[in-house]
Design a protein around this ligand. Structure first.
Ligand code: HEM
Length: 142
C-alpha cells in the first residue's frame, strides 16, 4: 500500500511541476504577445485547460497520496525535514493558485498586470522550491 501511494505521489508531483512550470511560461507569452486578440484567446484557453485539467488535479492527488503515506506510516513524518518540506509545499501551492488567478486577470486585461520580466522571475520560484523539496525528501538532513 505504502509503495503504491509513493508511486502515485511521485507521478502526480511530476505532473504538478510540469503544469506549474509551463503555466508561468504561457503567462510570459500572454504578457508579450497578448495584444493580439487571437493569440491572447488561444493562450488563455491553453492556460485555463492546463490549470484546470492537469495542474490542480495533480496538486490535489500529490497532497492526498503524500498525506496518505503519513497516515499509513506515521513515523516517516517525524523529522524536521518533513515540516520544512511541508512549508515549501505550501509556498508551491501559493504560486499555483497565483498562476490560476493571473490567467483570469490577463483575460480581463486587468490593471497592474505583472511585466514579462517579473513573470520570468516568478517562473524561477517554483523551480527553486522543487529543487529544495526534492533535496529535503531524499537527504532528510535534519
Ligand atoms: C503535497 C504535499 C506533500 C506531502 C504531504 C508529501 C509527503 C511525502 C511523504 C510522506 C513522502 C515519503 C517520504 C519517505 O518515504 O521517506 C514523500 C515522498 C516524496 N515526495 Fe512528497 N509530499 C508532498 C509534496 C511533494 C512535492 C511538491 C514534491 C516535489 C516537488 C515531492 C517530492 C517527493 C519525492 C520525490 C518523494 C520520494 C522520495 C523517496 O522515494 O525517497 N513531494 N512525500
Amino acid at each position: 500500500m505504502y509503495l503504491w501511494l509513493k508511486w502515485l505521489h511521485v507521478v502526480s508531483v511530476i505532473s504538478w511541476m510540469a503544469g506549474i512550470l509551463y503555466l508561468y511560461r504561457l503567462l510570459i507569452y500572454l504578457s508579450e504577445r497578448g495584444a493580439n486578440a487571437d493569440i491572447k484567446g488561444l493562450l488563455v484557453l491553453m492556460s485555463r485547460r492546463l490549470f484546470k485539467y492537469i495542474t490542480v488535479p495533480a496538486a490535489v492527488v500529490s497532497y492526498v497520496a503524500g498525506l496518505g503515506m503519513v497516515a499509513v506510516v506515521p513515523a516517516i513524518a517525524k523529522g524536521h525535514w518533513f515540516g520544512a518540506k511541508f512549508i515549501l509545499v505550501l509556498a508551491l501551492t501559493h504560486y499555483t493558485v497565483k498562476a490560476g488567478l493571473l490567467i483570469g486577470r490577463f483575460e480581463k486585461g486587468a490593471d497592474n498586470l505583472p511585466s514579462s520580466k517579473r513573470l520570468r522571475v516568478l517562473n524561477e520560484v517554483p523551480t527553486v522550491l522543487m529543487l529544495v523539496i526534492v533535496w529535503l525528501v531524499l537527504f532528510k538532513p535534519f
